[in-house]
Design a protein around this ligand. Structure first.
Ligand code: DC
Length: 223
């Protein structure tokens, strides 16, 4: 039997990482881990507790006090905070608006990276995020960096919001994505950027099945 690999999928907001990472994990019978959901969960917890999000220590204190778990139920990743399923709440525009700030804190990152490494310890994972190939799983056998035009990413997020019943404005989303790209790629700790050994995949104008096929070919070429 082939050794189960670690597959890192990084890239900017709404590049299609989670859709592809989920499908790829299913195809390979691997576990899918959405690390952005962990940063979102901390943001949600801090907002719930009315903490000042510009105060790193206060945000970190919330993380330390909270029980944060990723569970796979019928193959779907669910995020639990203190035993409550918050998988839908963490996708709200409010959480999306504040999450880059929370993700810029070193104390928060160090703790979440430890949890993520633990989840990837035995291989057989497709992990998506911003720093998976560079920091979380630097020894991952396969590193993909997914990109797409801002317009297409905004359009995808807009449709997702509508499906989830959230209020949505395309222009606002475009601005939000540009701002988040900028914050994520200019932050001091583990900024978003492709690593030297990652393979860039541009998803602009491609269907999820086309992107999945392209990445699957990369994966099997490394067997
Ligand atoms: O992928 P996402 O939109 O759910 O990610 C939410 C935020 O979390 C994003 O603005 C950047 C941050 N993030 C990160 O810094 N490192 C990761 N590994 C995953 C997400």
């Amino acid at each position: 039997m082939q050794k189960k690999k670690c597959i890192a999928i990084d890239g900017p907001a709404a590049a299609g990482k989670s859709t592809i990472a989920k499908k790829l994990a299913e195809k390979l019978d691997y576990i899918y881990i959405d690390t952005g959901a962990m940063y979102r969960a901390v943001t949600y917890a801090a907002l719930q507790q009315g903490v000042d999000l510009s105060d790193e220590e206060a945000v970190f204190a919330i993380l330390k006090q909270s029980k944060l778990e990723l569970k796979h139920i019928a193959g779907v990743q669910k995020v639990f905070l203190n035993e409550k399923d918050i998988s839908t709440e963490i996708r709200s525009p409010e959480v999306t608006h504040f999450v880059s700030q929370v993700a810029s804190y070193l104390s928060v990152r160090e703790r979440l990276v430890d949890l993520q490494r633990e989840l990837g310890r035995n291989g057989g994972v497709v992990m998506d995020g911003r720093d998976i190939g560079s920091t979380v799983l630097p020894f991952a056998e396969i590193k993909i960096f997914m990109i797409a035009s801002v317009q297409e990413r905004a359009q995808r997020r807009h449709l997702e919001n509508i499906e989830k019943g959230f209020a949505s404005n395309l222009r606002e989303i475009e601005k939000e994505i540009e701002k988040r790209d900028w914050l994520d790629s200019t932050r001091e700790h583990s900024p978003l950027c492709p690593c030297l050994d990652s393979i860039k995949v541009d998803t602009t104008g491609k269907t999820p099945d086309e992107v999945l096929h392209e990445i699957y070919q990369i994966v099997i070429s490394k067997d």
